[in-house]
Design a protein around this ligand. Structure first.
Ligand code: PMP
Length: 343
């Protein structure tokens, strides 16, 4: 059937973008949050222990989602901009013995890209599954699902992939499938139940795909095209392009006398740059000035980073030198016009 071949193309595209050979690879009907909830709802049973790394808004959200479905939630905490060492992660895994550990790869509220090396191995040592959010980072910073032993990885369609919002690629390892398809209780959500979704996507080996829900068909066509474009470009080229533009932006910001919120260059997320709010300025006034006079939308922080940072997103199609230069010119002007008189 023709729509099956469209869906199969999407599955192959996600396998490439995630660098995985997982059979249980599909796109959720919904935004990034849908994949987030799908992963937690299907992997975790009520009463089971979950460990969530919180260093910005996304860990906060996952902790709340897990709490709502009745998990025993433990957290590892850093203020925005912070990251976790493998030793800290290992200590928490040994203490709480969770079935699932959540980590955000591209923390878009803080502008941090979290180191991934070794995390999967540590989780497996403690018989824990590793769930990673790459909504803001996929295509912009390297993430290699199979090589890094990530059990569940998801992203969004509307960031570096450039597709319209409304679909969310997700993939589950064999170990994740073993856990979620051998549950005692049914997942709390019917719509996000992977037993049904895996059949819908032709991943369960059954000869027939049975109606489960109506997929966002136009969104799937667009996602398929965006995955084809990134495959044609090549992941390495996409990563290096985002890094090159980000470095140009970072240099320009420092030349304006601004301080980047993430000091260590290797920990900066290329797709979302965070600037420490400059002294002597009201951040809301800076954003309003740039919107009014330059028609560019900058944002402040998000969740726990509100009042700490200004954020600039340059990703996918939007990621180019001309846009970075435009942003720098707007900031330069705003810094001249919005300075508070310091008596
Ligand atoms: N995780 C991260 C890291 C994000 O940046 C976002 C969106 N800003 C989400 C999850 C949520 O995605 P969505 O808005 O598509 O539900």
């Amino acid at each position: 059937e023709p729509h099956h071949s469209i869906m199969n193309d999407i599955k192959k595209g996600i396998q490439y973008a995630f660098q995985t050979s997982n059979n249980m690879t599909l796109a959720m009907s919904g935004s990034g949050h849908t994949a987030m909830e799908c992963a937690v709802f299907n992997i975790v049973e009520p009463g089971e222990s979950v460990l969530v790394a919180i260093n910005g808004i996304w860990g906060e959200r996952v902790a709340e989602i897990a709490e709502r479905m009745g998990a025993k939630v433990h957290t590892l905490f850093k203020t925005p901009g912070g990251h976790f060492t493998n030793a800290e992660i290992e200590q928490a895994l040994a203490k709480h013995k969770p079935v699932l550990f959540f980590l955000t790869h591209g923390e878009s509220s803080a502008g941090l890209v979290h180191p991934m090396d070794g995390v999967g191995d540590i989780c497996h040592k403690y018989n824990c599954l590793l769930l990673v959010d790459s909504v803001a980072s996929l295509g912009a910073a390297p993430i290699l699902m199979d090589q890094q032993n990530i059990d569940i990885l998801y992203t969004g369609s509307q960031k570096a992939l450039n597709a319209p919002p409304g679909t969310a690629p997700v993939s589950f390892s064999e170990r994740a499938c073993h856990k979620m398809f051998n549950r005692k209780t049914k997942p709390v959500s019917y719509l996000l139940d992977m037993t049904h979704l895996s059949n819908y996507w032709g991943n369960d080996g059954k000869p027939e795909r049975i109606y489960h829900h109506t997929g966002p068909v136009s969104g799937f066509f667009a996602l398929r095209e965006s995955l084809a474009i990134i495959a044609e470009m090549g992941l390495e080229n996409s990563w290096s392009h985002h890094t090159e533009i980000a470095e140009y932006l970072w240099k320009g910001l420092e030349d304006l006398g601004l301080k980047l919120f993430i000091k260590d260059k290797d920990l900066r997320l290329p797709s979302v740059t965070t600037i420490a709010i400059p002294e002597g300025y009201d951040w809301k006034e800076l954003l309003a000035y740039i919107m009014k006079h330059h028609r560019i939308e900058f944002t402040g922080g998000l969740g726990p980073s509100v009042g700490m940072v200004l954020r600039i997103g340059l990703m996918g199609y939007n990621c180019n030198k001309a846009n970075a230069a435009m942003v720098l010119a707007a900031l330069e002007d705003a810094l001249k016009q919005c300075r508070k008189s310091k008596a």
